[in-house]
Design a protein around this ligand. Structure first.
Ligand SMILES: CC(C)(COP(=O)(O)OP(=O)(O)OC[C@H]1O[C@@H](n2cnc3c(N)ncnc32)[C@H](O)[C@@H]1OP(=O)(O)O)[C@@H](O)C(=O)NCCC(=O)NCCS
Length: 176
């Protein structure tokens, strides 16, 4: 995606750049992820991506498939970008990538994630894309406060639509 001289693109996670992913997640998230997390990330293909802003790694998304007898869901384990690069649509590019995978696959019931209850920015971000709080889990996190997490979920019913965040102008146009 290129606009106003800004260039955002996604790239694969490989053994050569996995340390950049680790470093980024350490800075962006209050939770630390173990070696198994990173070992698994190297196996998930398109479900893990680094985000580049003008060729610099500034964000990453890591997902996994959550399959049970009853359902097939996509779980967003981490999706984040460095604080100085927020509100530049980097999160949007990463989330649209995830939603596109769901659309192309066509067999996911929903996509979901956990978010700390005080993370209002992330909640607003996901709500823009049609995610809803379906549950709040008490004491979900072991080492951070607040320890409670919302489960945000976007359900796929009659076909998936990749949505862009609605800006105020579009909202007003919709209402007129
Ligand atoms: C949540 C996060 C990924 C959003 O990424 P981002 O690149 O800043 O998001 P975008 O620029 O694509 O935002 C798209 C829209 O989402 C909404 N949004 C994003 N951040 C928001 C915030 N802090 N407050 C309110 N709305 C927000 C806005 O509507 C925004 O559009 P606008 O900037 O035109 O108003 C980013 O804040 C982040 O990395 N947070 C820390 C990690 C995290 O908490 N991840 C979520 C759990 S996995």
């Amino acid at each position: 995606m290129r606009s106003r001289g800004q260039h955002i693109e996604l790239g694969d996670v490989t053994p050569h750049n996995i340390k950049q992913l680790k470093r980024l997640n350490q800075v962006v998230f209050p939770v630390s992820y173990n070696d198994k997390f990173y070992k698994d990330v190297l196996e998930v293909g398109e479900l893990a991506k680094l985000a580049y802003y003008n060729d610099i790694v500034v964000g990453a998304v890591c997902c996994r498939v959550d399959q049970t007898e009853d359902s097939r869901r996509l779980y967003i384990m981490t999706l984040g970008c460095l604080a100085p690069y927020r509100r530049l649509r980097i999160g949007t590019v990463m989330l649209n990538h995830v939603l596109k995978i769901c659309e192309e696959d066509g067999n996911f019931d929903n996509v979901f994630l956990h978010v700390q209850i005080n993370n209002e920015g992330a909640i607003r971000f996901y709500q823009k894309f049609g995610f809803e709080i379906i549950e709040t889990k008490k004491h979900y996190y072991k080492r951070i406060e607040p320890a409670d997490a919302h489960v945000l979920q976007k359900t796929f019913g009659r076909g998936i639509t990749i949505e862009r965040p609605i800006n105020n102008q579009e909202q007003q146009e919709d209402m007129s």
